[in-house]
Design a protein around this ligand. Structure first.
Ligand code: NIG
Ligand code: FE
Length: 425
């Protein structure tokens, strides 16, 4: 049996507890425990509170003390609710064309875009993709992201999509970080599919989704609704079929054109992501629903495009999660904390709102209620910054990284061992 341990003292322990899932948040609502400690057993938080008091209570019970020397602010490990980090090949050419003034849809039509990554990802072996995904996942973990959603969507045929979901499953087993797989076979209709978009989706429903469900490769289905991808009507039929098979639904919506939000609310999706062009009427729909809006500032930065209107969403009493959208095309940067800091300063989000967006609100976008808050019963996913005031985290605009990451209570300072294995490289 694993031993109980007490980690601390932390100069400030930012719990993110007692904040509502929806609406604006004032910094005064942040619960900050000075000289805080966390008691951990079997990967979960048993108790948090004043370090000295916890020490008195638990040290008699053979608890190990994991002493923090020097100043440190701790907060929950970040959750990235939206990535595409299992891909092969570079799209530097696309980026160069964008800098020369070409638009994302124009580049896609001229041989770049998602189709280019699909060709390269289809050609890559499972082993090559495992290595690439491992590198991306470990970079995220080192930077404080302890749970990562990962989409397929770069093979777009039955065998290839299964290959991607298997790779995600295998890397998840091998690494400490948690990877949450999502099937994005409905990213675009692949260039080599002989038939209409509806026929492609029908094929995915009949051939791929039952296999994915049966093998437990993913419980989540995503679709990209936009010009050049799928229409709202095509998506409605597809998502209803996926729902019947038992999948949770998520939508890439309102990036360049409207439609995704109303469908997400109609079908009770877990989240709707992008929202750069969302209008007031859709904001009202979201506020009245349980769908979590996800802003993807990394995509705006990669495309030189407007941000999702985070301030308006929060003021309208919507929730707001933030994802990196890390992918080779629209969002090559992949630094969630930096992107969160940048979105915050442009959208005038409070620090509390920004931090909520990458912790418990992001966990809710994944349907996870066991992380994103430091409290009893939650996973002991904790990140520590070498500072004494939590405001330094966003003030440094992403250039200050955590110096320590605990995944399920195990310290992962440098390298990222296997699940349940505290060893460091
Ligand atoms: O979330 N918008 C659609 N899909 C991705 C981009 C994927 C790519 O460009 O490779 C996104 O931005
Ligand atoms: Fe995306």
């Amino acid at each position: 049996m694993l031993k109980t341990k007490i980690i601390g003292p932390f100069t400030q322990l930012l719990t993110m507890d007692k904040i509502l899932l929806k609406g604006s948040v004032n910094n005064r609502q942040l619960e900050i425990i000075p000289n805080g400690g966390v008691v951990v057993s079997e990967g979960k938080i048993v108790r948090i509170g004043d370090f000295e008091l916890l020490f008195k209570e638990f040290s008699g019970h053979n608890a190990i003390i994991e002493q923090i020397d020097g100043e440190m602010v701790a907060m929950p490990g970040m959750v990235d609710p939206h990535t595409h980090i299992c891909w092969a090949g570079s799209r530097a050419r696309d980026y160069s064309l964008r800098l020369a003034g070409k638009s994302y849809p124009e580049i896609a039509k001229s041989g770049g875009g998602i189709g280019d990554t699909v060709a390269k990802t289809r050609a890559a072996s499972a082993l090559e993709l495992e290595a690439i995904l491992t590198k991306h996942a470990n970079t995220h973990l080192k930077n404080g992201v302890t749970t990562i959603e990962v989409k397929s969507g770069y093979c777009l045929n039955t065998g290839g999509e299964i290959k991607l979901l298997e790779v995600i499953g295998k890397v998840n087993q091998n690494l400490a970080v948690d990877l949450i797989p999502t099937c994005l076979a409905a990213h675009i209709k692949p260039g080599d599919f002989n038939g209409s978009s509806s026929e492609y989706l029908e094929c995915v429903v009949n051939e791929l989704l039952p296999k994915v469900m049966k093998r437990g490769l993913s419980k989540r289905i995503d679709i990209y609704i936009d010009n050049g991808a799928f229409t709202t009507d095509e998506a409605r039929v597809y998502l209803n079929e996926a729902k019947k098979l038992g999948f949770d639904l998520v939508i890439h919506g309102e990036q360049f054109s409207a439609g995704g939000v109303s469908l997400a609310c109609e079908l009770g999706a877990l989240s709707v992501d992008h929202l750069e062009v969302i209008r007031s009427q859709e904001i009202r729909l979201l506020a009245a629903s349980n769908v979590i809006p996800v802003a993807l500032p990394g995509s705006s930065l990669g495309l030189g495009y407007q941000f999702a209107p985070a301030r308006k969403l929060l003021d309208a009493d919507c929730s707001l999660a933030i994802g990196s959208d890390w992918n080779p095309g629209s969002a090559p940067m992949g630094d969630l904390l930096m992107q969160t800091a940048i979105l915050g300063i442009f959208e005038k989000m409070t620090m509390a709102e920004s931090l909520a967006g990458v912790t418990f609100r992001a966990a809710a976008a994944l349907g996870l209620s066991d992380r994103g808050i430091l409290k009893s019963g939650h996973l002991a996913d904790i990140i520590g910054f070498p500072i004494s005031d939590y405001r330094e985290i966003l003030y440094n605009q992403g250039s200050l990284k955590p110096s320590v990451v605990w995944k399920r209570g195990e310290r992962k300072e440098k390298a990222m061992g296997r699940k349940g294995d505290g060893a460091m490289e």
